[in-house]
Design a protein around this ligand. Structure first.
Ligand code: TMP
Length: 212
């Protein structure tokens, strides 16, 4: 295993089982005795969590797509500055519940913002920082939304139409197909034991690759 700190992200449409996935990955990394920061986007810092409240709540329903995009990147800039970069620099691994792939999927494929504009912000805010591994929890959007709907009242994103989430899902799958070296796609529609086994095998393979 190399000593370089590793940045892992978990993505997927609502209700895809990110929380289960994050818990399992966290356990596997901690079992290996690695320092680990577990965090999320939008959020992860006091300012980012305040921006999350604005982005997910219904107080600003109808905010412009560009406003939404810029707030996502404002939260991300703070997160990178205050948490992610310091953690990686100190040698800690970072496990993040969503990152910039969510911006491409939701604001790009979902809202229809030009992907090149998102790429410009990505380069500006992140420099060369990109995740080393991204786990995409994939399942039909109807199944995910039904699961998510049972948890709580729908937030500003969960209130979007089915077609929006279909675009988001297809966007994620397009990115995964385009960047197979970074993405691992989990069939999250399968029973829990099967999903857990898929994730474990991806993480074990990643550890084995990192060691070689
Ligand atoms: P979640 O963390 O509970 O999945 O909720 C976060 C919501 O924010 C989810 O609907 C996806 C959305 N989101 C974006 O639209 N763009 C982004 O860049 C990020 C990080 C999240």
């Amino acid at each position: 295993m190399s000593d370089d700190a590793v940045f892992i992200t978990v993505e997927g449409v609502e209700g895809a089982g990110k929380t289960t996935c994050l818990g399992l990955i966290e356990q596997k990394i901690r079992d290996r005795g690695r320092d680990l920061l577990v965090t999320r986007e939008p959020g992860g810092t006091p300012l980012g969590e305040d921006l999350r409240t604005l982005l997910l709540g219904h107080r600003h329903d109808g905010m412009a797509d560009d406003t939404e995009l810029l707030l996502m990147f404002a939260a991300r800039a703070e997160h990178l500055h205050a948490k992610i970069e310091p953690a990686l620099t100190s040698g800690s691994w970072v496990l993040c519940d969503r990152f910039t792939d969510a911006t491409y999927a939701y604001q790009g494929y979902g809202r229809g913002i030009d992907l090149q504009r998102i790429a410009a912000l990505e380069n500006w805010v992140q420099g060369e920082r990109r995740p080393d591994l991204t786990i995409l929890m994939d399942l039909p959007v109807e199944v995910g939304l039904e699961r998510a709907g049972k948890r709580s009242a729908p937030d500003r994103f969960e209130s979007q139409a089915l077609a929006f989430f279909e675009r988001v899902r297809q966007g994620y799958l397009a990115m995964a197909a385009d960047q197979p070296q970074r993405f691992r796609v989990i069939d999250a529609a399968k029973p829990l034991a099967d999903v857990t086994a898929q994730i474990a095998s991806v993480i074990d393979a990643f550890f084995a690759d990192s060691a070689s």
